[in-house]
Write a protein that binds this ligand. Sequence first.
Ligand SMILES: Cc1cc2nc3c(=O)[nH]c(=O)nc-3n(C[C@H](O)[C@H](O)[C@H](O)COP(=O)(O)OP(=O)(O)OC[C@H]3O[C@@H](n4cnc5c(N)ncnc54)[C@H](O)[C@@H]3O)c2cc1C
Length: 384
Amino acid sequence: MLERSFEEIRESVRALCRRFEPAYWQKLDCENAYPEEFVRTLTEAGWLAASIPQEYGGAGLGLSEASVILEEINRCGGNSGACHGQMYNMETLLRHGSEAQKRGYLPKIASGELRLQSMAVTEPTTGTDTTKLKTVAVRQGDRYVVNGQKVWVSRLQHSDLMILLARTTPLSQVERKSDGLSIFIVDLRAAIGRGLTVRPIRNMVNHETNEVFFENLEIPAEDLIGEEGKGFKYILDGLNAERALIAAECIGDGYWFVDKAARYARDRVVFDRPIGRNQGVQFPIAESYIEIQAADLMRWKACDLFDRRRPCGAEANMAKYLAAKASWEAANVCLQTHGGFGFAAEYDVERKFRETRLYQVAPISTNLILAYVAEHVLGLPRSY
Ligand SMILES: Cc1cc2nc3c(=O)[nH]c(=O)nc-3n(C[C@H](O)[C@H](O)[C@H](O)COP(=O)(O)OP(=O)(O)OC[C@H]3O[C@@H](n4cnc5c(N)ncnc54)[C@H](O)[C@@H]3O)c2cc1C
C-alpha cells in the first residue's frame, strides 16, 4: 500500500465499497446492526492499519491518506462512523505509547487480531467541560483502580481495546486544570464483566454507542500511556486527528448529497421538464458544492500540518466546523430536491441526512469550536 497516490487510494477504496450496496447499509440501519462484514473486509485489505508504521505491519501512511479512506467510504454511501475510531486512536498510541506498547499492540491491530476502535472521554455530568471529568484512576502497587462513569463510548462492543481518559491527581491538587489527567489503553476483553459494565444507548443513527460504568476496574500499571498526569496533552493529538478525519467524512457525505441531488434534479420531470432546470432547484445544489470545495481546502491544511507534526488545533477545528456545516446544508438541499421521495428509506437520503447531522454535535459541538477560535486564535477573553 506504501507510496500510493491519493487517487489510487480512492479507486481501491471505491472498488471495495462497491461490494457493499445501498441495500446492505439499509438493512443494517433497519436492524440497528454493526457493519461487521464491511469492517472485516476493510481490515483484511489493510485500510484500517493505514497509519501503522511498516515496521509494525502497517502501511506507514499519514493522516492525509487516512482521511481519503474515510472520505471515500462516506462518498460511496457508507458510514465511516463504524470504524474511524481506529484511525484517530492510533495517533495517541503512535505518538505517546512506549516501544513495549507499540510492539505489543500494533502488529496485532495491523493483522486484524485486535481492534482499537474505542475512546472514553465524555462523562454524563461534565460533558464538554472535560477537565472536570470525575472518573478516577488510583495507583495501587502495580495496578490502577478505576471508578466512575463514561457516556457515548462508541464501538466498544466491536473493539478489543479502548483509550481511557481519567483523573489520577485530584483537581484541587493541580496547578492547571488540564494537569493530573492520564490516559490508559484498556484491554476490554479482560475488563468487561470484571469492573467494567456496558449499557448500549439507542440513538438517532445506527451508531453503536454506550454508557460505561467503572467499579474498581483494575488496569495493569504498564497500560498507562506516557507519563502520569500528562494525558490531556497527549489525547489532544488524537482529538485533532479525529476532527480532521471527521471533516473528511463530512466532505465525503457532502459530495454524496450533491451528486445524488444533481442526478435526481436532472432525471425528475415535473411540469414537463426536469426539476433541475429551475434555478430555485439548481442554485442550492451549486451553493452546496462550492461550500464543500471550500471546506475541503481547510481539511487538507489540517491534515498536512498534522502530518508535519506542526500545531494544527485551529485548522483541525475549523476544518471540522466548515465541513460539518457544508455536509449538513448539502443534506438539507438533497432532501428538499427529492421532495417526498427523500423521506423513503430506499433512497438513502434520510439515512445519510440523520448520519451527517451528528457532526454538528460530536466529536465537538459547533459552539465549542467557535469558542476555541475566539479564544485561542483571536485572543478574546475566555467565556467559560
Ligand atoms: C453518537 C455519538 C457518539 C459519540 N461517541 C463518543 C465517543 O466514542 N467517545 C466519547 O468520549 N464521546 C463520544 N460522544 C460524545 C460527544 O463528543 C459529546 O456529545 C459532545 O462533545 C458534546 O458534549 P455533551 O453531549 O456533553 O454536550 P454539553 O457539553 O452538555 O453541551 C450541550 C450543548 O450546549 C452547548 N454548550 C455547552 N457549553 C457551552 C459554552 N460554554 N458556550 C456555548 N455553548 C455551550 C454545546 O455546544 C452543546 O450544543 C459521542 C456522542 C454521540 C451523540
